[in-house]
Design a binder for this molecule. Structure first.
Ligand SMILES: NC(=O)c1ccc[n+]([C@@H]2O[C@H](COP(=O)([O-])OP(=O)(O)OC[C@H]3O[C@@H](n4cnc5c(N)ncnc54)[C@H](O)[C@@H]3O)[C@@H](O)[C@H]2O)c1
Length: 253
């Protein structure tokens, strides 16, 4: 689809953690709908490859190397986006890390790192885009939580579940604050999705056992999560502060 067509033409999107996995799928999907997409990731080289693929498919994309835990890098990501595309209408806070560590082995440094990327990064990027969104009286913020945030993590340790639950609280509080400015804030809670994060933290046998136990007996696909985010960015004008499950029925709330 060309840039002047599609449900998101004239929209400018930042996706954090977009160099692979769900972030890359979201960047591809929103670009296909005509959005200008900033592919932001701590891994700058992989982010460039995702942006190049989108551009070669006649989409519009710009890679920006950003560590979401660094306030100055997040500020510069926002400045560069506005300099290139003029505004920001959608932010997808997708960057995340997971360690399967049990509590007796979780160091203070690892605890801080997991909270920093998953929760503090979501706070920093959201805060940084609000001035522009408020000025536009329009914005969509989507935060990547997890089934871990609603219940308990399948793969991750206590820090991961704590961070993803924190993302849900942050989503509700921010949604209430910014609703008067035409900005919605929602969280999505994926179950087990077939990405490097899942494959790195689980043996193939374990993954097969998990998927066999789900009502829809397979892992989720990154593209299926991207479709949900597309819905939240193109429709969903009366949905805010929500946490939406996408887990093949593994966790029914
Ligand atoms: N895969 C799953 O089963 C699953 C389930 C529920 C939620 N999630 C969440 O979905 C999101 C995406 O997960 P995924 O499975 O695609 O993971 P992934 O590991 O495949 O990709 C995560 C991306 O985040 C980037 N990243 C890590 N630290 C960063 C930082 N400090 N700043 C910027 N970017 C950083 C990585 O470089 C990577 O490109 C994460 O927030 C994850 O916690 C994943």
């Amino acid at each position: 689809m060309g840039q002047s067509e599609g449900k998101l033409c004239n929209q400018v999107v930042i996706v954090t953690g977009a160099a692979q996995g769900m972030g890359a799928a979201v960047a591809n999907c929103l670009a296909e709908e005509g959005a200008s997409v900033v592919v932001s990731d701590i891994n700058g080289e992989k982010a460039i490859r995702v942006a190049e693929r989108i551009s070669s498919d006649s989409g519009r994309a710009l890679a920006i190397k950003t560590d979401v835990t660094k306030e100055d890098e997040v500020a510069s990501m926002v400045e560069t986006t506005i300099a290139r595309y003029g505004t920001i209408s959608i932010l997808v806070n997708n960057a995340g890390i997971l360690y399967p560590t049990r509590i007796d082995q979780v160091t203070k440094a690892e605890w801080d790192e997991v909270l920093d990327v998953n929760l503090n990064g979501t706070f920093l990027a959201s805060k940084a885009v609000l001035e522009t969104m408020k000025k536009n009286q329009y914005g969509r913020i989507i935060n990547m939580s997890s089934s871990a945030g609603r219940s308990v993590s399948t793969l991750g340790g206590v820090h991961y579940t704590a961070a993803k639950a924190g993302v849900l609280g942050f989503t509700r509080a921010l949604a209430k604050e910014v609703a008067p400015f035409g900005i919605t804030v929602n969280a999505i809670c994926p179950g087990l999705i077939n990405t490097e994060m899942a494959r790195e933290n689980c043996s193939p046998d374990q993954l097969r056992a998990y998927e066999a136990s789900f009502p829809i007996p397979r892992l989720g696909r990154p593209e299926e999560v991207a479709e949900l985010i597309l819905f939240l960015t193109t429709a969903a004008s009366y949905i805010t502060g929500a946490s939406i499950e996408i887990n093949g029925g593994d966790l029914m709330m």
